[in-house]
Design a binder for this molecule. Structure first.
Ligand code: JB2
Length: 214
């Protein structure tokens, strides 16, 4: 166990994404000191027994030396909330925990950067780099030598074939397929179920009905 793993955790957000993270962390016997959400969280049984705090500044009562944070706010296209929260707390000296489900298959020759989240059944092959604060959702396949940028969300069951590169803030929708050697530039969006066979420029959208852009 490294020093990061031994720290207690505070989870930001109390919705669906947070519930999946808390499920993983509970199965790994991690101590969760609080869930911080402005909304009621009592409707989700997975949160029972965990202290509920309503304001983000309540986190300041825990010192950065004693806790790590888990950002449980999900990330849909163009949503900047996750990054905004992370940058605020990183500037105060907090660290975001890297969360990897026990049922994910991560090559020992892959690198997962701090604050990334890898959910159940994901497969991450040799030579892959997942940059910080990126979500690799359930059942995603990231093939060999892909480089996934920071603050991406690769949604459930998406497949990225070998040597795909994504820049920051990229969203790949559920069940999309990106063929090998493609680059998805900053802020680009791949719709659910799309098949991407050409590079996508910054901030452009690949709609599933068209399958490829241009
Ligand atoms: O500023 C905030 C804030 N704004 C919203 N600070 C804190 N601490 N929490 C905030 N929240 C909380 O994030 C809301 O109160 C709510 O608890 C949570 C958002 O939950 P929701 O279920 O709406 O979305 P999500 O982010 O958990 O999940 C989205 O993204 C996932 C990746 C959904 O679209 C999911 O379907 C998706 N799988």
């Amino acid at each position: 166990m490294n020093s990061s793993e031994s720290k207690s955790l505070v989870v930001i957000g109390g919705g669906g994404h947070a519930s999946v993270l808390v499920d993983i962390l509970r199965s790994q016997q991690r101590e969760i000191l609080a869930i911080v959400s402005p909304e009621n969280i009592s409707q989700r049984r997975i949160f029972s027994g965990i202290t509920h705090l309503k304001n983000d500044d309540d986190i300041l009562r825990f010192s950065p030396d004693s806790v790590n944070l888990v950002n449980g706010v999900g990330m849909l296209p163009k949503s900047g909330l996750k990054r905004k929260l992370n940058e605020y707390f990183l500037s105060l000296g907090y660290t975001f925990e890297t969360v990897i489900s026990d049922s994910a298959q991560v090559s020992s020759f892959a690198e997962i950067e701090q604050g990334a989240q890898v959910f159940s059944g994901a497969i991450i092959q040799a030579g892959v780099v997942i940059d910080a604060h990126t979500i690799i959702n359930s059942g995603v396949i990231i093939e060999h030598d892909c480089h996934i940028g920071e603050y991406n969300h690769i949604a459930p069951k998406a497949t990225l074939c070998g040597q795909v590169t994504t820049h920051s803030n990229v969203y790949v929708g559920a069940n999309a397929t990106v063929i090998q050697n493609i680059t998805l530039e900053q802020g680009s969006i791949v719709g659910a179920g799309a098949i991407v066979t050409k590079n996508i420029s910054s901030e452009q959208i690949c709609y599933p009905s068209r399958s490829v852009l241009k």
